[in-house]
Write a new protein. Structure first.
Length: 628
């Protein structure tokens, strides 16, 4: 095994792909077609004239269709995904593809086989279709527009939704209240009827799965009573939701830097009277256009849900330093200067549960200025750690650490965006995916990564109270098989890697029972080729589901976890090293399988950087611990 040669190749690649501004700009690509479809339908209803973009997005959707007529949201999804298929079908129709084409006939047949449009189980899909008139708006919605008006002192209020959910819920509440229909259906009434199943009500059956009838009836009664507010109060609630969105528009025109939220915002603004050529809408469309990128898996144009520039730049800079680049190397200093400029200096919604809040975090996207998160903050802090001897970096590091410590949850763990924002009532709401997207609980991957920074970079150990509490949280949330669930990567390999590296960094003994159990679990799931692979289905099933193939990122996570808790390398680790070396720069599933999680069962992402960053970090740690 020539580990050094493998490291050198990756280092050379990164140095030669860095942008002039110090960044690395890799794709953050959805495997499925939700955003491509959503933007096609939006632009067509706006009368958008850039047909080249619509055609390009249309071509990617067509290329993603399977021979059975359906679409998937991850490569090994066993059956066609109804939501993805319905979204893609209508996007193609709105792009001008004839319903009589053979591929469209197959798609329509699959939709009917899967139960018709009324069986879609994604709230986003329902809204994207309803807003163009292809889906019947519900007679009632469990979260009324008036919910926006409740003060934070109320037992329940809007800010109990996660920050990510709020950015989507604000426009959704306007749309559910106004019930617009901007589209002109390309289908005949007979064709539309074929896609529906009149035997099923539009939304209520999906909600009944969450509640017994008595509780559901109580929520429905309460919602309907609130919705009967006089016109003046409803107008005030509308303005409140409108201002919530306008106050959170980033400089590029997008809402919270998310394309999905921006699409909904544009529809909502139009529903309350904004013209299609209003400056806010025009700027938002330009922001969406700026997220267009080439999908390397097929070299077709797609739309990212956001950009990953800060995240990629932070991770790559740290990985290069781990590989041996001095902090004063021009690549590292240029990246450091960029990251310094992206540290947040404004208070955002995250301040609500923080005493004496002081900004100091980092966000994910290069346009994100108001929505910092734990993961990006620890990543940026790792990247600038070697420059802390300079006053500006020392000040930034101190602010970042102060922000991290202030964001620790009362239970000892760390969440993604906000502190103590995991309200049980929100997860009970009869909204599809509410327990995954609408809450922001402590999670193993973020807790572990924060501990890894605190212990691995700052030298802080488990004798400190705040670290003890985080360590205890991790032990309490270990799965019976020894793994940990990771929310932002796929999935149990990701969570276990973050937990083990974090626990090791703060001084937890590697021969303790929980750590040994996790180590044994990793060794048991290794593939015959030496690599590791986990299916996106794990994220939906909430249980480890192996992938028949191995991926570079998941292999690197598993190897790095084993390195952190092993005094010497074993044959399993050496096999993983060999896999990483042999599969470098491959164009196969090892590189292109989506290992980023977004919305369980509906949206999975491929970071184009991951098949390079994580192997470089794992190989560097292997060399440092065992070969030096």
């Amino acid at each position: 095994m020539n580990v050094q040669h493998g490291i050198d190749k990756l280092v050379y690649h990164f140095i030669n792909t860095q942008s002039a501004d110090g960044t690395w700009r890799f794709g953050f690509i959805e495997y499925g077609t939700t955003m491509d479809a959503a933007v096609i339908m939006l632009l067509q209803t706006l009368g958008y004239e850039n047909h080249k973009l619509i055609d390009a997005l249309c071509h990617r959707i067509q290329a993603k269709q399977h021979s059975d007529g359906g679409w998937r949201v991850y490569p090994d999804e066993h059956a066609p995904n109804l939501c993805a298929t319905v979204e893609s079908y209508f996007a193609l129709l709105y792009a001008g593809v004839s319903a009589s084409e053979a591929s469209m006939v197959r798609a329509r047949s699959i939709i009917m086989q899967l139960g018709g449009i009324s069986r879609v189980n994604s709230l986003l899909t329902k809204f994207l279709l309803a807003v163009i008139g292809e889906y019947e708006w519900p007679r009632w919605f469990p979260v009324p527009l008036a919910f926006m008006m409740l003060p934070t002192s109320s037992p329940v209020h809007f800010f109990q939704f996660s920050g990510y959910a709020r950015a989507h819920m604000a426009p959704m509440l306007i749309l559910a209240d106004r019930k617009p229909a901007f589209g002109s259906s390309p289908l005949s009434p007979e064709q539309s009827l074929l896609l529906s199943n009149p035997a099923h009500d539009r939304l209520e059956p999906g909600w009944e799965r969450h509640f017994n009838p008595r509780i559901l009836a109580a929520i429905k009664t309460w919602t309907q009573s609130v919705m009967k507010l006089p016109g003046q109060a409803n107008t005030a609630a509308t303005r409140h939701a409108e201002q919530y969105m306008l106050d959170r528009i980033e400089p590029d025109g997008t809402l919270y830097s998310f394309a999905s939220a921006t699409v909904l915002m544009i529809h909502a603004l139009r529903a309350i009277g904004y013209a299609a050529d209003h400056e806010v809408i025009k700027k938002a469309v330009q922001g969406l256009e700026s997220m267009v990128m080439t999908d390397l898996d097929g070299n077709r144009i797609t739309l990212q849900n956001t950009t990953s520039t800060v995240w990629d730049t932070s991770l790559i800079s740290h990985a290069l330093q781990s590989a041996g680049l001095n902090a004063l190397n021009p690549s590292i200093t240029q990246a450091g200067q960029y990251l310094l400029s992206k540290q947040h200096s404004k208070l955002g919604d995250w301040q609500l549960q923080v005493q004496n809040p002081v900004p100091g975090g980092w966000g994910f996207s290069h346009v994100n200025h108001i929505n910092p998160d734990i993961d990006d903050t620890t990543a940026a802090l790792r990247a600038i750690y070697g420059l802390r001897h300079l006053p500006s970096y020392r000040e930034a590091s101190n602010k970042g650490l102060q922000w991290l410590l202030a964001m620790q949850n009362s239970d000892g763990g760390w969440a993604a965006f906000e502190r103590n924002n995991n309200h049980r009532f929100i997860s009970w709401l009869p909204l599809d995916g509410a327990d995954d997207a609408a809450t922001d609980p402590s999670i193993a991957d973020l807790t572990g990564r924060t501990l890894e920074y605190a212990g691995g970079m700052l030298g802080l150990k488990n004798n400190l109270l705040f670290i003890k509490r985080a360590v205890q949280w991790l032990y309490q949330h270990q799965e019976d098989n020894g793994s940990w669930y990771g929310r932002w990567g796929i999935c149990y390999i990701y969570g276990t890697w973050a937990a083990l590296t974090g626990l090791s960094a703060v001084g937890e003994p590697p021969d303790s029972a929980p750590i040994m159990k996790a180590k044994e679990w990793l060794l048991q799931i290794q593939n015959e080729d030496g690599g590791f692979g986990e299916s996106c289905f794990s994220d939906k099933a909430k249980a480890f589901i192996p992938l028949t193939a191995s991926t570079l990122s998941q292999t690197a996570w598993a190897l790095d976890a084993l390195i952190s808790v092993s005094d010497s390398p074993c044959k399993h680790m050496n096999s993983a090293v060999q896999f990483l070396l042999e599969q470098q720069f491959t164009a196969e599933i090892a590189s292109f399988y989506p290992t980023g999680a977004a919305l369980p069962g509906h949206m999975y992402t491929r970071y184009d950087s991951y098949s390079l960053i994580w192997p470089l970090l794992a190989l560097s740690n292997y060399r440092k611990k065992y070969l030096n």
